[in-house]
Design a protein. Structure first.
Ligand SMILES: Nc1nc2c(c(=O)[nH]1)N[C@H]1C(S)=C(S)[C@@H](COP(=O)(O)OP(=O)(O)OC[C@H]3O[C@@H](n4cnc5c(=O)[nH]c(N)nc54)[C@H](O)[C@@H]3O)O[C@H]1N2
Ligand SMILES: Nc1nc2c(c(=O)[nH]1)N[C@H]1C(S)=C(S)[C@@H](COP(=O)(O)OP(=O)(O)OC[C@H]3O[C@@H](n4cnc5c(=O)[nH]c(N)nc54)[C@H](O)[C@@H]3O)O[C@H]1N2
Ligand SMILES: [Mo]
Length: 780
């Protein structure tokens, strides 16, 4: 096997600090950004870092932030402005040619803008005129269901609650949000199996765990503050196993930026004991192998299964039907290796399973979550210290937004509560999620698109088709901090409404306000920006929602929108009345330094499920699903080669079918591209295709070669990405990877998990074609 260059430094540590400080400099945000960093995740009067949803560490006295957080803060605190003067220089057509990186660096949006088609430019507009336009357009719709209201997970609880209330008072449940593309399979499946679709662990559990299994997650890049917890657990003797097609270099060693002595002495902590390089989409098969061995050898917790669960017999029957050959074929891991891992699971008195997008973003996303939960249930690992389910969410308040009612499929109990509290009828029909919303846009049945943050078209599959569809609407409205590509495909009326960021002071006639968020472990914490807003013209998201509601709903609404937007205590009092678990919200959020934990019944072995027990679930798809997809594509491809007169047939076509996954770097936050570096993966460009060097040799290809990636979509249309530069990576055979979001035109809207409908971003069967031989060096 050829040696793969490895990233020899520990994760975090000096390179991370240098990289992030450089980012503050790049953004000319040094002073504003540095002040903000000091206030991030601090108990009193600080703001919750918008970088990710990992909880605050209680022990921190000084700075609790990481590379990721610093970059997100730098992006928000930059002093450059994308104002009317900026747009006077650039037409929208010209801006369409800009990259995500260039748009991200254009500056903070700082005044309300409307698109003028005659000049092909964004021009300044007054807030009042913007609201009048929104009201006119929304009131003209034949039905409220012709409008789509998207939310991205940065939005804090108070404005999120107001937003869903406004949308429902307007008359629709069309409330897709970024969860639809992210952890929705988790929410759906954990809800079914445990009664609540959220993590059962709290941070302290990581201190007592004896085995942590990290499924499809890359914390060094995406949740760097989690590394400290992992390193600490490892030091205490906890085994840590990563299940990932890629050997993510950032997971092997860790240098703690919170400990100056650690940094100065060049110390580092080991973290992961082993990486199981499962095939893309192979987690179900691996987990099936584990469960097969554990049940067959009676290494399960029978008491727990008997007293607390339902559905065991069906699972056991199904497990017996799965052959070891299919298990091995499905995950690419040998039976012997799976048994070794099963023994670790059997011997561990306290196991935590964490997971990220490598688990959820598949057609089998729900099956993956079901099998992780099944494993925890087989071992009785819910409701004891040091154990449980730990989905790790991305956006800092994506979980809270859902709790606040941003949901296209609301529970009846939520609608009933809202009707009771606000004495206003709520729409009963379920609304559109991200995928259905995008399709409706394309069909022309959505005539108004309103987004509370985010970059809908670019984050979703089928980017170009969505952008195209947005040009046919009557109204598009973007409440946002930064310019992005979704805003560059204007409808007949098109508005950008700039809002305050998380780091900025929110002053109203009632004084300074703080908001709240809910982290990935159900802790509700306060967040309060400290910086002066970059422009006096900015409004808070809550104010913008209140103003839209006042204009759109008019005198029909008896809800005190304006009072809510100026005094968040009023919003919190309504939340306390309408949302379960928020009783005495205002008192409780002030009583403890770091807020409060929302009651999670499964932690107490109370199961709010249909059966009243924790529920085993049998996967819906065959465990060889991906292998079968690849075999089918290979056979289609072979026919194609045979039929093609011009084909160059000196290579075995079978070798060219691959499974593609998409990942993030530390120089981006989702679609916001801060830079091109990924030091853990040793590249300084984003147009790369990661492949194992042994696989390159097998094909006679080399690093630096240019490759086209293509696939037939569900409508038999050919989609092509590239050329991408072949780059070496320790990644499973058959697997290749590239960066999100640049690959999103390769992905269509029809390939998704069945119930949660999360797109299969992490698992796309593709054909590779080399078009140019090795002229471009691939790494830094
Ligand atoms: N720096 C930075 N931080 C972020 C973000 C960002 O863009 N940049 N985004 C935020 C958001 S919204 C989210 S949701 C989180 C995402 O955080 P993560 O869940 O860590 O996200 P990804 O980088 O998309 O992918 C995670 C891992 O899944 C692996 N993987 C791919 N396919 C499979 C598979 O089939 N099986 C298994 N087991 N693993 C697989 C990939 O190799 C990768 O290591 O991060 C948040 N934090
Ligand atoms: N191929 C592929 N596609 C993916 C993924 C993947 O792994 N692979 N991941 C998916 C996931 S997990 C997610 S969460 C989605 C992300 O989807 P989104 O949440 O829609 O995307 P972001 O890039 O986070 O949104 C960035 C924009 O949010 C706005 N913004 C930033 N801060 C604020 C704020 O405080 N308030 C307001 N109002 N606006 C703000 C800015 O205008 C910025 O341009 O992408 C999904 N798409
Ligand atoms: Mo996400």
């Amino acid at each position: 096997m050829r040696k793969i260059p490895v990233y020899a430094h520990p994760a975090a540590g000096w390179p991370a600090l240098i990289s992030s400080t450089r980012k503050l400099m790049d953004y000319k945000a040094f002073l504003r950004g540095s002040i903000s960093v000091l206030h991030s995740n601090q108990p009193k009067g600080g703001f919750d870092c918008p970088g990710c949803a990992w909880p605050d560490h209680k022990s921190h006295k000084a700075i609790d932030v990481c590379e990721n957080g610093i970059k997100v803060i730098a992006s928000e605190t930059m002093s450059t402005r994308a104002d009317a003067a900026f747009f006077a220089k650039h037409t929208v057509t010209a801006l369409q040619g800009w990259s995500g990186y260039e748009l991200e660096h254009s500056g903070r949006l700082s005044e309300p803008l409307y698109y003028d088609a005659a000049q092909d430019r964004y021009l300044a507009i007054s807030w009042e005129d913007a609201y009048v336009c929104i009201a006119e357009q929304l009131q003209q719709l034949d039905s409220p269901d012709e409008a789509l209201f998207y939310t991205s997970g940065r939005v804090t609880n108070e404005p999120a609650f107001m937003f869903q209330l406004f949308v429902r008072c307007f008359g629709t449940n069309n409330l897709p949000d970024c969860s639809n593309m992210c952890h929705e399979p988790t929410s759906v499946m954990l809800g079914k199996q445990l009664g609540v679709g959220k993590a059962t662990v709290v941070l302290e559990d990581f201190e007592q765990a004896k085995l942590i299994m990290l499924f499809g997650q890359n914390p060094a890049t995406n949740h760097p503050r989690m590394l400290e917890m992992l390193a600490h657990a490892h030091k205490q003797g906890c085994r840590i196993i990563a299940i990932n097609p890629m050997r993510e270099q950032g997971l092997s060693k860790f240098r703690n930026p919170q400990k100056p002595t650690h940094m100065a002495a060049g110390q580092s902590d080991e973290m992961v004991d082993e990486v199981i390089q499962v095939q893309i989409g192979g987690d179900v098969a691996l987990l099936t192998g584990l469960a097969k061995w554990l049940t067959k050898n009676d290494r399960i917790n029978s008491d727990f299964i008997e007293n607390q669960t339902s559905g065991y017999d069906a699972l056991d029957t199904w497990l017996r039907q799965q052959s070891w050959t299919d298990v091995e074929r499905g995950c690419g891991i040998s039976k012997a290796e799976i048994i070794n891992l099963a023994k670790l699971v059997a011997d561990s008195p306290a196991t935590i399973c964490t997971w990220g997008m490598g688990i959820t973003q598949h057609v089998q996303g729900e099956d993956n979550v079901a099998m992780i939960t099944n494993l925890l249930l087989l071992m009785g690992m819910i409701g004891i210290d040091g154990a449980g389910a730990s989905p790790v969410r991305g956006h800092s308040n994506v979980q809270g937004d859902r709790t606040m009612g941003i949901h296209e499929r609301p529970k009846q109990s939520l609608l009933d509560s809202l009707e009771r509290v606000f004495k206003h009828p709520m729409p009963q029909e379920h609304g559109l999620d991200v995928i259905a919303g995008a399709k409706a846009l394309m069909q022309g049945t959505i005539k108004a698109f309103i987004s509370m943050g985010g970059n809908y078209a670019v984050a979703a599959p089928d980017k170009s088709a969505i952008q195209n569809a947005l040009t046919d609407t009557q109204l598009n409205v973007f409440v946002a901090t930064k310019l992005n590509e979704t805003m560059l495909y204007p409808g007949k009326n098109n508005l950008i409404l700039p809002c305050l960021g998380r780091t900025e002071r929110l002053m109203t006639v009632k004084g300074e306000q703080f908001a709240t968020i809910e982290d990935s472990m159900c802790q509700v914490v306060p967040t309060q920006g400290r910086l002066e807003p970059i422009s006096e013209t900015l409004k808070s998201e809550a104010q913008i929602v209140a103003d839209m509601a006042t204009h759109v709903l008019g005198s029909e609404s008896s809800i005190p929108w304006q009072a809510m937007s100026t005094d968040f205590d009023i919003v919190r009092d309504y939340i306390a009345e309408a949302i379960d678990g928020f009783e005495n919200f205002n008192q409780r959020i002030r009583a403890a330094e770091r807020g409060f934990h929302l009651y999670h019944p499964a932690r107490h072995r109370v199961w709010n499920t249909d059966s009243g027990k924790a529920q085993f679930e049998v996967p819906q798809y065959p465990i060889t699903y991906v292998a079968a997809q690849m075999a089918q594509t290979t056979s289609t491809y072979q026919h194609h080669i045979k039929d093609s007169k011009n084909s160059n047939n000196n290579q075995n076509p079978e070798q060219k079918v691959w499974q593609l996954t998409s990942v993030r770097s530390h120089d981006q936050f989702n679609t916001m591209i801060f830079g091109f570096q990924d030091r853990y993966r040793q590249t300084d460009r984003r147009d790369v295709l990661f492949m194992h060097p042994d696989e390159m040799s097998r094909l006679g290809w080399q690093k630096g070669d240019q490759v086209l990636v293509s696939r037939q979509d569900s409508k038999d249309q050919q989609r092509t990405l590239g050329p991408l530069i072949l780059t070496e990576m320790d990644i499973a055979a058959n697997a290749v990877a590239t960066y999100y979001p640049e690959c999103n035109d390769l992905i269509d809207l029809d390939s998704h998990a069945p119930d949660s409908r999360t797109p299969a971003y992490k698992s796309v069967t593709v054909v590779l074609e080399r078009i140019h031989q090795g002229s471009i060096a691939s790494s830094a």
